[in-house]
Design a protein around this ligand. Structure first.
Ligand code: PEP
Ligand code: MN
Length: 337
């Protein structure tokens, strides 16, 4: 439950409500919303307390979350949309569509550096690259691990872009932080790895949370709630396609949920049409559709020679194609944003 106080409620009155709840064993979290005090109530209210709160002249509404057990991710918890800060980059409403681009996997120092130069030239805002790869087959390229993180960060620094990489293991958090990875990605396969979510929440870095292959929006937002509950307020959601009966594409891009997420959550959303479709030629169109549907950003894969990529070559854009995607996203986000 979310308690929304009237605008202008004196601070003393808010702390009285917080104290009353705390004395009854109910935990609360204060929203960062500046325009009015808002409290997320984390535990069930004991009998009688709900009536007492309802009688308070300071509480305007008791908002039940749209669905499920959302608290801090809920739209009712924050009227202002969250704008996630990653270095100088801003992801969220009121800012240009953020384009995350780079290779699927970091494939070596020279290649990731060349890739970084090309995505920077194309106008992308953050460099991606996997160093710990979640591969279906144990025989497929698994990534260069910490050395890959180092190469990615060096490439990002060389061209002046923040970097993002996928973390698969809670034990790797210190390595990601030590290597200066600016944003931690939780991949689709780990969306409900709760131990990982808790550890990443404490890393003090922004997080990009991908939707699970078969996750409902409710499950996805509750995974984001784990991050926020753990102290991470800088969460970006990433729609990357879900499993359906369709086999013509790698997954099915679910754009239906973009306007729905706007109603349910204050968190920004980016769309990854690369892992959704698996087919490079479809990606520019899907990028346009995503921005028109309200995406705050796009995540795509880029390779200079897709035919020899160590992973996901068929969905890699060429740098020239990325340039076009960035230019179109800029125009469309100014039209629809
Ligand atoms: C990736 O971004 O490289 C990746 C593995 O994506 P996903 O978790 O969406 O499959
Ligand atoms: Mn990939």
């Amino acid at each position: 439950m979310i308690l929304r106080c009237r605008r202008g409620t004196p601070e003393e009155a808010v702390t009285d409500i917080e104290r009353l709840l705390q004395e009854n064993g109910v935990r609360t979290v204060r929203s960062p919303e500046a325009r009015r005090p808002i409290l997320a109530v984390l535990d069930k209210l004991p009998g009688g307390l709900a009536e007492e709160l309802a009688a308070s002249p300071h509480i305007e509404e008791r908002a039940a979350p749209a669905k499920g057990a959302f608290r801090q991710v809920s739209r009712a918890f924050q009227d202002e949309p969250t704008v996630v800060r990653i270095g100088k980059l801003r992801i969220g409403p009121g800012h240009p569509c953020a384009v995350i681009a780079g290779p699927c996997s970091v494939e070596g120092r020279a290649r990731v550096l060349e890739n970084a130069h090309r995505v920077k030239e194309a106008g992308a805002h953050m460099l991606r690259g996997g160093a710990f790869k979640p591969r279906t087959s144990p025989y497929a390229f698994q990534g260069f691990g910490v050395e890959g993180l180092r190469q990615l960060k060096d490439a990002g620094e060389a061209v002046g872009l923040p970097v993002i990489s996928e973390i698969m293991d809670a034990a790797h958090v210190p390595a990601f932080v030590d290597q200066g990875i600016d944003c931690l990605q939780i991949g689709a396969r780990n969306m409900q790895n709760f131990t990982l979510l808790k550890a990443v929440a404490r890393a003090g870095r922004p997080v990009l949370l991908k939707r699970g292959l078969a996750a409902t929006v409710e499950e996805w937002l509750l995974a984001a709630e784990y991050l926020m509950e753990g102290g991470c307020t800088q969460v970006v959601l990433c729609e990357r396609g879900i499993r359906t009966f369709e086999t013509a594409t790698r997954n099915t891009l679910d754009l239906t949920i973009l306007p729905l997420l706007r109603q349910w959550t204050h968190l920004p959303v980016v769309v990854d049409p690369a892992h959704a479709s698996g087919i490079a030629t479809l990606i520019p169109t899907l990028c346009r559709a995503s921005v028109a549907a309200g995406a705050d950003g796009l995540a795509v894969e880029v390779h200079l020679e897709p035919a020899i990529a160590r992973s996901d070559g068929p969905q890699a854009l060429l740098p020239g194609e990325l340039k076009q995607v960035v230019a179109e996203a800029r125009i469309l986000s100014s039209l629809f944003g």
